[in-house]
Design a protein around this ligand. Structure first.
Ligand code: HEM
Length: 104
């Protein structure tokens, strides 16, 4: 099992706009080989730095399946509008990938 996460720092006050981008997207992730689950996660608020932490979280059968998605037309299509429109985040997302050592 492989977990791919992207952390987003979302500007305080832009949380609803950010969530709506995700809720309204058309996803075809489920068509990809090895794809298991997707979650958009809301984390803690950082008052000092004025953002709310979010993570997009995907679970895959293997890292190879995830990497294949990142090189696919499916990935390009899902990011066609990413980063356009009104800015809701502070900077670019931060990627973290994890290979499962225990558990499948
Ligand atoms: C390693 C790189 C990245 C990974 C693994 C990743 C992961 C994902 C996943 C799993 C989705 C949902 C796709 C779907 O359901 O079809 C998504 C969509 C999205 N990603 Fe990424 N992403 C990456 C790079 C980026 C970057 C650099 C940005 C920002 C500039 C970004 C912003 C977004 C946004 C805003 C969406 C919602 C799609 C929409 O606008 O309709 N992602 N990403």
């Amino acid at each position: 099992m492989y977990i791919a996460m992207n952390r987003f720092k979302v500007l305080k006050g832009s949380e609803t706009d950010f969530e709506n981008i995700w809720k309204n997207r058309e996803s075809t992730l489920h068509e990809m080989k090895g794809f298991r689950t997707f979650h958009l996660l809301r984390g803690p608020v950082n008052e000092a730095e004025n953002y709310t932490l979010y993570a997009s979280h995907t679970v895959w059968e293997s890292e190879d399946d995830f990497l294949a998605w990142t090189k696919s037309q499916n990935f390009r299509d899902s990011h066609r509008n990413a980063g356009t429109g009104k800015a809701t985040t502070v900077g670019h997302p931060q990627f973290e990938g994890f290979s499962a050592i225990e558990g499948a």
